[in-house]
Design a protein around this ligand. Sequence first.
Ligand SMILES: Nc1ncnc2c1ncn2[C@@H]1O[C@H](COP(=O)(O)OP(=O)(O)O)[C@@H](O)[C@H]1O
Ligand SMILES: [Mg+2]
Length: 410
Amino acid sequence: MGICLSARIKAETSPSHTGESSKHVSADVNDISRSSSKSSSSSVPPTPRSEGEILQSSNLKSFSFADLKMATRNFRPDSVLGEGGFGSVFKGWIDENSFAASKPGTGMIIAVKKLNLESFQGHKEWLAEVNYLGQFCHPHLVKLIGYCLEDEHRLLVYEFMPRGSLENHLFRRGSYFQPLSWNLRIKVALDAAKGLAFLHSAETKVIYRDFKTSNILLDTNYTAKLSDFGLAKDGPTGDKSHVSTRVMGTYGYAAPEYLATGHLTVRSDIYSFGVVLLEMLSGRRAVDKNRPSGEHNLVEWARPYLTNKRKIFRILDSRLEGQYSLDVAYKAANLALRCLSTEPKFRPSMDEVVKELDQFNDSTKEMANTLGNQTTGQRHRRRSAGDLPKANVVSAAAYPRPSASPLFTK
Ligand SMILES: Nc1ncnc2c1ncn2[C@@H]1O[C@H](COP(=O)(O)OP(=O)(O)O)[C@@H](O)[C@H]1O
Ligand SMILES: [Mg+2]
């Protein structure tokens, strides 16, 4: 586990491709290239790298556009796995040895993100993904296999995550997606926390900046991995407390101090983690305009209930009834509350979050064992993914196309 290839290095985009993306509105177009030089605790000091250096040293496969066109059967609309602010993600097939396009159903399944072709929009985010995911190798970060840079085309080729995004599992209704059980929610939260803790570690010192349910992907065993590194950024170094940057991210997840000042720290990611944890506990979206007024913003609505053990059940997802102990649920809610502290210094570190979630995971397993021995304890449980025998679990490869995630604009 750790950094697979070179030592920590930072991205520097070529000046010709600093166009604004349509996903994130901001004031500073030279964001990445303006990053101040930094020292790091890794053995080799980071060196700013040009686009050419990033691509050369990444050890990723460089695909031609024709390869990926063939692998995805000409980007067939019915093979769309998801859509984000920068483009669509398609399912495709390649030979696992040669990486050449293979017949659908044979070889290895890949996910191909094809960036929209609006005058190099998103190039910087594309390069940031190549830079970060090309270097990192961790069980809770999605694996980047390669990229395509040809004329105006910008694509990324990832390992395929058969169960799609956490967003779909939490919020999409219908027979394709069973609600995730309490056990799985705790496991997914723990996995994602481990991914974030790795990024924040002294070894890597990266701020992820876009922690949200649509960027957490699930494999067949519900192992969660962080994906979409387009907004990732090197953390502050030396005696600097923050990185000054344009405000980017997603409405409902971004930390209040970052929104107000543009000062970015790892603590901003921890706030976003708190929002996601709250979404997992409540089954509600961070922002939902379809809720009654006063309930549009999840954090604002839930905050008063999080501090009171007797009120906590009011925010817990009713689909989880009977699956958790009130004690653990209260502790989880309290952890979310601390991550959501308005004052960044009161937020726990990701290492602390991992430690706490690990304990919940253990007590959750104990509870599951106890319930397993008491047949009456199972009676009130609703059907959830993770509770079902394998044959009944949705065919993840066929999950329906989600709508684009809400975007943040300032
Ligand atoms: N490797 C993958 N395997 C399966 N589905 C994926 C994969 N990568 C992305 N997706 C789907 O596509 C959606 C958008 O992908 P993402 O990388 O977040 O794009 P964007 O950068 O445009 O936000 C995800 O929420 C998910 O549903
Ligand atoms: Mg995304």
